[in-house]
Ligand binder design. Structure first.
Ligand SMILES: [Zn+2]
Length: 344
């Protein structure tokens, strides 16, 4: 089969690799119907050291089950399924607590002999716990939004949930990338009535308005902070959802959160230090967020997607074939595409 490999910064190739086969009785083989490129794939794409072997890449996909191991129940050949961006048994103590990202028997795609999602097929470990069956066919118009359940939409949802967003909280979302826009959609779904979106790409913030943003602040830094404070009688918002920013984003987050409020950050933050000084302490600010246990949220988020009440798949603004995946990476890296869908 063909799959995507990353050889180094700016060097992504689609090559022949061995067909996946069942190794463990808990495995399944899934033929990929849709996959996509994640903003977090751009970190190795931007900075990885060159290697001679190349590594598999991709962690978001949906597809059709082709074969299951003897210990897999509840799934059979022909089922359309979506995979969360971390695989997990869904039965251990962490999984039962809704933290499948800490599963005692789970792991990441495209590591340690596990396939990546950006290919024609994937061996899925812990298939019964990992895969979620979708009650539609592989020709469904809902596929982009169902694929968003793999990572980007649950990550935005996790940001809103950990921040405590509800009908009584005002919200600032920092970032107009696919995660930020998903956080807007999630905050709206959780009942927030005031959602301020900070972002400077008009086509993206327009989608943010469609997803539920009530205000857009295009300014950044001190000017952006001032604009949010103006919009909130000088107090800031109860919750701030920091979506995959660099250090200035977390600084902005602390500056626009209301006293007693919560800052949540998701999506592989690229800064090691959080500027939580005595001022933050005296203002009683909570910092939360983290990697999203997507598997924990899919069952809850799926019905709204199936019934068309939310369309998180609108974040995909370009579709490529597997052979065009290198173009897809370039388009996301130079920001001419928001999020790229792959149709193998
Ligand atoms: Zn587990």
């Amino acid at each position: 089969m063909r799959a995507t490999l990353i050889y180094g910064a700016g060097d992504v190739r689609v090559e022949e690799v061995p067909d996946p086969v069942l190794r463990e009785p808990t495995d399944a083989i899934v033929r990929v119907v849709r996959s996509c490129i994640c903003g977090s794939d751009l970190w190795p794409y931007g900075a990885r050291e060159a290697t001679s072997m190349g590594d598999r890449i991709g962690h978001e996909f949906l597809g059709v089950v082709e074969e299951t191991g003897r210990d897999v129940s509840g799934l059979q050949a022909g089922d359309l399924v979506v995979a969360p961006f971390v695989w997990a048994d869904n039965t251990c103590d962490f999984c039962r607590e809704g933290l499948q990202t800490s599963c005692r028997h789970g792991g990441m795609w495209a590591r340690d002999g596990v396939d990546g999602g950006q290919g024609e097929a994937v061996r899925v470990p812990q298939a019964q716990g990992t895969l979620v069956k979708l009650p539609v066919g592989e020709d469904s118009a809902l596929l982009p939004s169902l694929l968003a359940l793999s990572d980007v939409y649950p990550t935005g949802h996790h940001c809103a949930v950990t921040a405590g967003v509800n009908a009584r909280t005002t919200v600032t979302v920092i970032g107009d990338g696919a995660v930020g826009l998903s956080a807007v959609l999630a905050a709206k779904r959780l009942g927030a009535e005031r959602i301020i979106l900070m972002g400077r790409h008009k086509d993206r913030t327009d989608l943010g308005r469609e997803f539920g943003a009530t205000d857009v602040v295009a300014e950044r830094g001190a000017e952006g902070v001032e604009r949010v404070l103006e919009l909130t009688d000088g107090d800031g918002t109860h919750t701030v959802l920091e979506c995959v920013g660099l250090k200035p984003a977390i600084e902005t987050a602390f500056a626009v959160v209301r006293n007693g409020g919560t800052v949540s950050r998701v999506g592989a933050p690229q800064y090691p230090d959080v500027p939580a000084d005595f001022g933050v302490f005296f203002r009683n600010i909570t910092l939360t967020g983290g990697v999203a246990p997507a598997r924990a949220y899919i069952d809850e988020l799926l019905p709204d997607v199936l019934e068309g009440r939310v369309q998180p798949g609108k974040v995909f603004d370009r579709t490529v074939t597997l052979d065009q995946v290198p173009d897809g990476y370039r388009a996301m890296a130079d920001r001419s595409a928001l999020k790229v869908l792959i149709q193998p």
